[in-house]
Design a protein around this ligand. Structure first.
Ligand code: HSE
Length: 339
């Protein structure tokens, strides 16, 4: 299973770390080790070798900030055209983990269409392409008979998408409501402990939870992107940002947060959706609401079903390793289904 990785920031490097951590046990349990044949980055260069790249040296080079590793291979290509390597016959799977652009989905959207149309499976952590054209991508993957998996885009390695789409066979999910942004939940938790907004945001950035442009987190657009992705996955409906009502946590003051505490409430940024639409808005939840006690970077989602009541899932919502694990788990599913 030959992998082309696009994007080697916190998530891409988290994915490589999980591969390194699991390669031994994977060999034993599944009889194979995935092989990285290429890495595409925006600022550290691009490296491609159909014979495979050495994982440990690759990780060290990425940590040092440049893909300048010495390789004794006659097939290595340095900084090749991305569209060309996406079509290369040695590539089986494209893992897309580059920074998100939720307005255009680009350049990832074009990359994914090229990959699918040239017979590659695609696994993504990048939300942008799904927000802009998720249903189109799903249809394309179906028509070419390849996998398009995106567990990493909502709640990192916590299987929110798998639970809703595969975990409740025979039941219908009629709605969802949850905390789908780790950065804002981390900020609200820190503020309720007496910390300041700016300090908490800086820490979320340092820990790699926040988006490249953190206003996407703070203003609710990252959570809205996840509402769009869940709506496409569960209801088969392609929503747009314009169809959602979105407000973030930027207007919440420390005194409002402390006041809520005295009233035995907790402010949370709630994201919700049904077949009819969705919204993102801060809500002061009573402490006995299960979502009120989901703190820090934890995320949670409650699915309402027609014949099995509510089902709630709580777990990591962000983080390089956790999101890298989600990519890895999709990879294993694809291996089991197609290889
Ligand atoms: N910035 C996102 C968050 C990362 O804080 O939840 C995970 O999608």
């Amino acid at each position: 299973m030959n992998i082309l990785l696009i994007g080697a920031g916190s998530v891409g490097q988290g994915f490589l770390k999980v591969l390194a951590l699991r390669s031994q046990s994977l060999q034993e349990s599944h009889g194979f080790v995935p092989r990285i044949v290429g890495v595409v980055t925006r600022s550290k260069g691009t490296l491609f070798d159909e014979a495979g790249l050495p994982l440990d040296a690759l990780r060290t080079a990425l940590q040092n900030g440049h893909l300048d590793l010495t390789l004794n291979s006659s097939t290595v290509q340095r900084n090749p055209a991305i569209q060309t390597i996406l079509q290369h016959s040695a590539v089986d799977i494209v893992v897309e983990a580059s920074p998100t652009n939720v307005q255009t989905g680009q350049p990832a959207l074009d990359y994914i269409y090229t990959a699918l149309n040239h017979g590659k499976h695609v696994v993504l952590a990048n939300k942008g392409p799904l927000v802009v054209d998720g249903i189109g991508l799903m249809r394309c993957a179906e028509s070419v008979g390849k996998a398009l998996d995106y567990e990493a885009t909502v709640m990192a390695g916590t299987p929110a998408i798998r639970l809703a789409t595969k975990g409740l066979p025979g039941a219908q999910v009629t709605g969802f409501r949850g905390i789908l942004n780790g950065t804002t939940n981390f900020i609200l938790t820190k503020m309720s402990e007496g910390g300041s907004f700016d300090e908490a945001l800086a820490e979320a950035q340092r820990l790699g939870y926040a988006e490249t442009d953190p206003s996407g987190d703070v203003d609710g657009w990252d959570a809205a992107a996840k509402v769009i992705i869940l709506s496409a996955a569960i209801f088969g409906v392609q929503l747009t940002f314009e169809q959602l009502s979105v407000s973030g946590i930027g207007e919440l003051t420390s005194s409002q947060i402390q006041q809520a505490k005295m009233e035995r409430k907790r402010w949370k940024l709630i994201a919700e959706g049904t077949r009819e639409g969705g919204r993102v808005h801060p809500v002061a939840l009573p402490v006995d609401d299960p979502l009120a006690n989901v703190n820090g970077t934890l995320n949670a989602v409650t699915y309402t079903t027609d014949i099995n009541g509510d089902v709630t899932l709580v777990g990591a919502g962000a983080g390089g390793q956790e999101t890298g694990f989600a990519l890895f788990s999709n990879l294993l599913e694809i291996y089991e289904q197609f290889f």
